[in-house]
Structures are given as structure tokens and as C-alpha cells.
Design a protein around this ligand. Structure first.
Ligand code: NDP
Length: 330
């Protein structure tokens, strides 16, 4: 079985030589374990942080060890009650063809209810991030105007649509290409969208949000955060979900120069980690599952084929080559 190892800690942008695809024997499952043949794995922005040797909310990848992350696959052998060959499961041992997983850290998924890759995206961790980050962390309420950056990505595209479905007065998104901007307004129903590469974010955001914004869902950082602070209405809220513009930075980025806006407008900015919000999961499945079935909520995936291309898919994600969830299919 092949598996990806991190072999060097990247400085700045990761390079292909920082990764190695290695052969490893397929282990036998022990009592309470399941052998899974992975069919899809996730590449996610947070994995960049795990390539650094720093203490954070998830431990760093170890050099010369298999990397891990979200994956779905088919059970090949089981020594755990409730799991049988042919079942489909979601678990945390991606970046490899075969995984021996602890049944307690594995959930069964229904391939009839949604395509398997959806459990890594719209019905998985990014979908939960959007749902909890907007409703719980951002304290969204009907009538709010919402701005989301990274809006054509896995999380951002769900944030904007959920806001619309929950009665936002206006939803604005930013993304890095004209085609993504078109998808936001024409397919996902955003009221306005702009390409942040076209000109200053502040000017474009002001034009798109003439009455200001009440919630900013932050995926990017830097210039986007400063622009949002200026355009937020009094008592506005910021969900600090991600700061992807700085994940490959080699120098600490400057703070928002207009931080006084937080004081003057009594803004609230709160960081989030999706795993804190597990209590919301049943409600998330019910509500988002319903919107998917009714066709009210749309999603896209960019699928890269072949385990040998997983690092390219990861780098492509950081460069914005994905529209919606970036998936590697084996
Ligand atoms: P996406 O599907 O949004 O993919 C990443 C996107 O980021 C790219 O497609 C690209 O789109 C955009 N991007 C890359 N570099 C820049 C840049 N310099 N400036 C602006 N945009 C950039 O990924 P996810 O939906 O999985 O994640 C989105 C954010 O949410 C990330 O910041 C991630 O870290 C965070 N996150 C946080 C979680 C939490 O618990 N706090 C959980 C899950 C995700 P474009 O073409 O538009 O540039």
C-alpha cells in the first residue's frame, strides 16, 4: 500500500520534494479495528500549519511518518462490532491507500444519501465549519448583511448560501477569479461578488455593500480583514475562521492598521475551531441534508485523480485552483 510521508518541513511555499510516496505493508486489523481501502481523501488548508513543528490545536505531522487527514473508503475487513466489509466509512487516516482505523474514531456513511466525497465537504468538516461559524460564532440573525472571503471555496460557498437561506438581507463574497465570481452570483445566489485581484478590497467591498455589513466571515486575513473592519456596522461580528493569505508567510504579517474600528464600533471578533461545535452536528445534518435534498443548497468539488497527485492537489488548493471542495480520488 502506498502512503505519503512529509520528509522535510517547508519554508514558505511547500515544494514537491518535501513529500515522498512510500510503500508500506498493509497491517491486519486487531480487535476493535477496521481495515479500510480509501477511495477519497481530503486536502485542507489547516494541513499547512501541521507541516511546521509548532504546538497548535492539532499536532504537527511527524517527519518520515504517514501524513493523516479526512478520508472516506470501503471496509475490507473488520474486527469491530457494527462494521462489515462493504460498509463505507469516514475516518482520519487519509494520505494512504489502505488504513487500519480504530472503530471508535470511525463513522459509517451512507453512499445512497450523498456521494462519498460529500462527507469530506458539504456534509463534512468544511460544511460544519460554515454552519457553526456563521450561526454560532458569528451570531448571525435574520436581516444581517454578510460578507465572506474565500467565498468560492468549500467553507465560503456554504457560508454565503446558508446566510441567504436563513434570511440575510445581503450576501457578498470575494474570490480570486472572474469565473468564481460568476459562480457566486449566478449559481449560489450571492447578491454581489468581486475578484479581490481586480483592485483594492476596500473599494470593491464598499461598492458591493452600500449599507455596510453586520457579519464578516474571515477565511483570508490581511487586506480583507482591514477592509471588513472599515465596512462593518456598529456591533458587527467577525468569525475568524482562517487566514489563508498568510499560511506560507515567512515573516509575521502586520496587524490590522485600523484596529481602532473594533473599539469605536464595538465589534466582536472570535476565533473558531470546528471540533468545538460537535453538539451542533445533528442539527447540521438535518438542516443541511434537507437543503441538499431540496436542491436549495449547491456545492462543487474539484477532484484530482490518483494518490500520486495528492501533494499537487494540496498545493493547488493553496493557489486557488479549486472551486468548492478539493478532493483526491484514488
Ligand atoms: P477553500 O476551499 O476555500 O480553498 C482555499 C482557497 O483559498 C483557495 O481556493 C483560494 O481561492 C483561497 N486563497 C488562497 N490564497 C489566498 C490569498 N492569498 N488571498 C485570498 N484567498 C486565497 O478551503 P476551505 O474551504 O477548506 O478553507 C477555507 C478557510 O477556512 C481556510 O482559511 C481554512 O484554514 C479555514 N478553515 C478553518 C477551520 C476552523 O475550524 N477554524 C475549519 C476548516 C477550514 P481564491 O481563488 O479565491 O484565491
Amino acid at each position: 500500500s502506498r502512503e505519503w510521508h512529509l520528509v522535510a518541513r517547508p519554508q514558505g511555499w511547500p515544494k514537491p520534494e518535501d513529500f515522498a510516496l512510500r510503500e508500506a505493508p498493509v497491517a491486519e486489523p486487531r480487535e476493535g479495528e477496521i481495515l479500510v481501502r480509501n477511495t477519497h481523501m481530503s486536502v485542507d488548508p489547516y494541513m499547512r500549519g501541521r507541516m511546521n513543528d509548532v504546538k497548535s490545536y492539532v499536532p504537527p505531522f511527524q517527519l518520515d511518518q504517514p501524513m493523516d487527514g479526512g478520508a472516506v473508503g470501503e471496509v475490507v475487513a473488520s474486527r469491530a462490532e457494527g462494521f462489515a466489509p462493504g460498509d463505507h466509512v469516514l475516518h482520519g487516516l487519509g494520505w494512504r491507500e489502505y488504513a487500519v482505523v480504530d472503530a471508535k474514531r470511525t463513522v459509517k456513511v451512507d453512499p445512497e444519501a450523498a456521494q462519498l466525497s460529500a462527507y469530506l465537504g458539504v456534509l463534512g468538516m468544511p460544511g460544519m465549519t460554515a454552519y457553526a461559524g456563521l450561526l454560532e460564532v458569528g451570531s448571525f440573525k435574520e436581516g444581517d448583511a454578510v460578507f465572506v472571503s474565500g467565498a468560492a471555496g468549500a467553507v465560503g460557498s456554504q457560508v454565503g448560501q446558508i446566510a441567504k437561506l436563513k434570511g440575510a438581507s445581503r450576501v457578498i463574497g470575494s474570490a480570486g477569479s472572474d469565473e468564481k465570481v460568476r459562480i457566486l452570483t449566478e449559481e449560489y445566489g450571492f447578491d454581489a461578488a468581486f475578484n479581490y485581484k481586480d483592485g483594492p478590497v476596500l473599494e470593491q467591498l464598499k461598492a458591493a455593500a452600500p449599507d455596510g455589513i453586520d457579519v464578516y466571515f474571515e477565511n483570508v486575513g490581511g487586506e480583507h480583514l482591514e477592509a471588513a473592519l472599515t465596512v462593518l456596522n456598529p456591533h458587527g461580528r467577525i468569525t475568524l475562521c482562517g487566514l489563508i493569505a498568510q499560511y506560507n508567510a515567512t515573516e509575521p504579517p502586520p496587524g490590522p492598521r485600523n484596529i481602532a474600528q473594533i473599539l469605536a464600533k464595538r465589534l466582536r471578533m472570535q476565533g473558531m475551531i470546528v471540533s468545538d461545535h460537535d453538539a451542533l452536528r445533528p442539527q447540521f445534518f438535518k438542516e443541511v441534508g434537507g437543503w441538499l435534498r431540496s436542491g436549495e443548497l449547491k456545492y462543487r468539488e474539484t477532484v484530482v485523480s490518483g494518490i500520486e497527485n495528492a501533494p499537487d492537489a494540496f498545493l493547488g488548493l493553496l493557489r486557488g485552483e479549486n472551486t468548492g471542495k478539493m478532493i483526491v480520488a484514488f
